[in-house]
Ligand binder design. Structure first.
Ligand code: DON
Length: 304
């Protein structure tokens, strides 16, 4: 399979069609990005990298970091984790608070903001220097020192954090939050403000395409069974209230972020990251989703 040729075709077709959306504005600093950027990086299981467009430009990974934090926490707490956070699609926007009350402080899944805050809280209970350890972990599984925190993005989110702060207090009221709220939020904003390029991100997801083993870290990151479960969560919940549509159109486990990135895996074949900042109303990158749809059509395979 000539992956380079296929991603170049995809890239050109998306640019020809030029679907448009809007960059995220609720984190004001995210507006200061050139909306026309677009890149694709695919990494196969031998570590070969195929890239096109702005695939080496670092961008704000935002919610994609929730896959990295979930991996760290799942590895430590194993199935006990699921008493604190559920594994069902929410059918609601990523920042919705409504379901939390009906469901007594147990978030629907680890990728909506409420669930990710529980994961970051659990991480803070076990790791002494959480931000450093998240960065070290991502650097290790991508095989290079690639992670930087954009402090302007972090502070911009912190200064507009009413919803996430409310959610953390709500979780605390239901006794599903153990640590100091401000400290956990600081860690959460830091991991969301991490910057990586498509190529670094695709490498950091490679273990999920490879039964839990990272060829970049040269070790098993999680067991094969944990890798399957993380992939199942990405397939069912990785795109919030658009997860069904992503599974329908693309058919790969993946995770989006409001910086415009999407990382996805084709188990036993490759990991891929696509980035373009303009989003649809559900908070998912218009060009990135289109590119992945064209990719699985051209390859004639997906999970299904
Ligand atoms: O908590 C937030 O709202 C952001 N730091 C992350 C949200 C996000 O990336 C949702 N993804 N599409």
């Amino acid at each position: 399979m000539d992956y380079q040729k296929v991603i170049e075709e995809v890239y050109n077709e998306v640019l020809d069609e030029n679907p448009r959306g809007k960059v995220a504005t609720y984190i004001p600093e995210l507006e200061n990005v050139n909306p026309d950027q677009f890149g694709i990086a695919l990494v196969d299981l031998e570590g070969n990298v195929y890239g096109v467009g702005d695939y080496q430009v670092p961008f704000s990974i935002q919610s994609i970091s929730k896959v990295h934090t979930l991996t760290m926490v799942f590895h430590v707490f194993k199935s006990k984790l699921w008493s604190r956070v559920n594994v069902e699609p929410s059918g609601n926007p990523f920042n919705s608070i409504a379901q939390l009350e009906f469901e007594k402080g147990i978030p629907r899944n680890p990728f909506i903001n409420a669930g990710a805050l529980v994961i970051t809280d659990a991480l803070c209970s076990k790791f002494k220097e959480p931000v450093k350890q998240i960065s070290d972990f991502i650097n290790e599984i991508s095989g290079q020192n690639c992670v930087k925190i954009d402090h302007q993005v972090k502070n911009s989110e912190k200064n507009h954090s009413e919803r996430n702060t409310a959610m953390a207090y709500f979780l605390k009221a239901y006794k599903n939050f153990d640590n100091d709220i401000a400290e956990v939020l600081d860690v959460y904003f830091s991991h969301c403000a991490m910057e990586m390029s498509c190529v670094d991100l695709a490498k950091s997801f490679s273990f999920l395409a490879n039964d839990g083993y990272s060829i970049f870290a040269n070790r098993e990151i999680v067991s094969e069974s944990h890798a399957r479960r993380i992939n199942a969560l990405m397939l069912t919940c990785g795109f919030y209230d658009e997860s069904g549509e992503f599974a329908f159109r693309v058919g790969l486990p993946g995770k989006s972020g409001v910086g415009g990135g999407v990382a996805a895996v084709m188990p036993h074949k490759f990991s891929i990251a696509v980035w373009s900042p303009e989003l649809n109303e559900k908070g998912n990158s218009v060009k990135s989703v289109k590119a992945l749809e064209l990719l699985t059509d051209k390859l004639s395979f997906s999970l299904f």
